[in-house]
Design a protein around this ligand. Sequence first.
Ligand code: WT7
Length: 700
Amino acid sequence: MIPNCLPQGEVYHASEELGKEAHVPSFQKYKELYLKSVDNPEEFWGDIAKEFYWKSKHRGQFLDYNFDVTKGKIYIKCMEGATTNICYNVLDRNVKERKHGDKIAFLWEGNEPGDEMKITYRELLLQVCKFANVLRSQGVKKGDCVSIYMPMIVELVVAMLACARIGAVHSIVFAGFSAESLCERITDSNCALLITADGFYRGDKLINLKLIADEALLKCKEKNLPVKKCIVIKHLCKEEVSWDRSSCSSQSPPTKRVCHSVQQEKLGEKVKKVCPKPQVPWNPDVDLCWHKLMQDASEECDPEWCDSEDPLFVLYTSGSTGKPKGVLHTVGGYLLYTAATFKYVFDYQPDDVYWCTADIGWITGHSYITYGPLANGATSVLFEGLPTYPDVSRLWEIVDKYKVTKFYTAPTAIRLLMKFGSEPVQKYRRKSLKILGTVGEPINPEAWLWYYNIVGEKRCPIVDTFWQTETGGHVMTPLPAATPMKPGSATFPFFGVVPAILNESGEELEGEAEGYLVFKQPWPGVMRTVYGNHQRFETTYFKKFPGYYVTGDGCKRDKDGYYWITGRIDDMLNVSGHLLSTAEVESALVEHSAVAEAAVVSHPHDVKGECLYCFVTLKDGQEYTEALEAGLRKQVREKIGPIATPDYIQNAPGLPKTRSGKIMRRVLRKIARNDKDLGDISTLADPTVIEQLFNSRCVL
Ligand code: WT7
């Protein structure tokens, strides 16, 4: 499956220099390790497991599974029976066994330049122990689910690791989601406790997080699933608490929050920008102050020993039927897999300064800001801000400031910055950079080459990592010193991963081919179930092609054996590297009182990758106005969050449907693109709607 001879021509190689210190220095070595990982997973993963602490050994098979729905229930178990604690492994082990206590775990860089702090492994452990005691004192027990809705601050990591320490299951909700989405996630996972913050700034925009959280809690109450307690950290209003973060860092000054005073030239006079404080309503029956609780908490906290197969976290991802799915990951396999992928894919070295720009609210942050890097004892940058604030050089300024060696971001960020040309990049030296990475969606070769030539100055290999919330970690990816790169290809499988390409009838295709990307056997980090709905897990990923895990992505294999992900083949769209389902957006639209029916399709977008093009049919007697359109946009933002804001909304008095009443989204996609080549429309019930829709397209 992996080729014997490598391609000639348009491929890019890492420098020999990089190969000298790399964990996997050649393609030959990659192949050897790969073969071992699939022929003898027990030995391969067993070696990795040896680096971690296990309170007791596993019984039975190392990786036990059924991937075939026709043979019974789908299950995946890794090291079942072994007991461990992931928080112990990523913190205590580094401090106590590896003597990394004084090593910096996170270099926190706030939204405002100048707002910064650092925290060592020892200090992080201390904070986590204290907060774990806080959670215990609030009655949180092993197996309980805790919701976390926080900005990108160190306390977010503290909160998640504290859950892991006591065997509680964290459910992090991205702080860009709306009250409705937060409520839906809290109730689905039955969380009795929420952890949030007063607010934060995204660029110059204040997000009143506590207000949104309160709205969500009200909705939960209406559903008769009340959240009992809400712990609130004062991030923006910290002067109001008698607490400073000097207790978390002996080496660095306490965090200062500076308000970036942008001098704006306005009508000749200088206007100083003011940064308002968030509104923080307080409900004494529910709300608890993080700082107060921490002051009284003990610094000693024994970890809860968990089974390798105990749940670690739930993270919601969009599903093609609308309702988000709670993807569940377990302790042992996730630890092994995030640790190993981090080490090999970023070729982690002890003196690295690593930076992943993702938000911890997505899987990328879970695996490659928190668990993978900490499992390796790495030093990471944790960035609260935006690539464009206060200007479009921010990322490169931070790279120079901390001498970042490994940098991981998304194609959407690259395309955004590319628009501003190379000058903002070249203002900074970026000499420290060694390896670059991307994730979230297929990267177009043009963006790949800009990243490679301009950002990395042809010196840094790019790891184009294909994976999903469900896969826990990278599954298709180059290894930086071993795999010759082709711009736009995620290249080959990671260790333990066995891909195949299937045609519509489920036959495996060999050689050059295009079809459905599936995996034939599990790897330790694959999801175990959909929280509270195992049947949905089986139907979504295993039913279409029995015996395989179905990714939902299309894929091409070229003559050299390289894999190229071609994008989603279901009703999902990928906006800025995050999946949304058309059904989710449609249901938000039809909840509007004026809307009878809605159909949403993806439309290409030069920065976001894809954006939303919505067709709405109004109820009789309703008139389509600008105000209505603005109301519809607001509706979607409120129901889902800003990421789902429609770019285009078209008034559609009729929708193309089959005679059996199914909306033909394939046809709508063509209309949105103004592509008259509609293919077979013989099943269309009323052909006259087509012309009508073409004539009233949105101006793009
Ligand atoms: C979907 C998963 C994994 C973290 C971020 C997104 C697309 C992701 C790549 C890549 C081509 C990619 C796929 C996948 N995707 N990485 N390197 N090349 N496509 O997580 O929200 O679970 O989305 O993102 O379509 O199925 P997610």
